[in-house]
Design a binder for this molecule. Sequence first.
Ligand code: FES
Ligand code: FES
Length: 149
Amino acid sequence: MIALTINGQAHNLDVEPDTPLLWAIRENAGLTGTKYGCGVAQCGSCTVHIDGVAVRSCSMPVSAAAGKRITTIEGIAENGVLTKVQQAWLANEVPQCGYCQTGMIMAVTALLKDKPKPTDAEINDAITNICRCGTFQQVRAAIHAAANA
Ligand code: FES
Ligand code: FES
């Protein structure tokens, strides 16, 4: 058993220590907003926060997240109020199929915490998530909108 704290809730999960955190979140904790894309830390669809830092959960063993504060897409809105990033996503109609978008939002949320007004170069450096629908221009617009909200 591994004890995890996800979105402020304690979970005791029956998983092997080397299970990827992504599978513990999705299959054991039942939080399916975090998506599997590549499984090798390239696409970013599995991004969650560990102690506020964006992490690709497909490539982190669940044992490494024990005792840390894990936040998933289900946990960023407070009291049902969407964050300014989520609101900017809706206002800019960013999602197409939507598959990559939760990872995008988690990565962008972490970026704006570190850099409240990121330049395009800083966005390029930090947001390396892949979107097969090609929403990159809308993502950039929504990041600037959230930064200026
Ligand atoms: S599924 Fe984790 S980076 Fe692609
Ligand atoms: S919105 Fe479809 S993969 Fe990004």
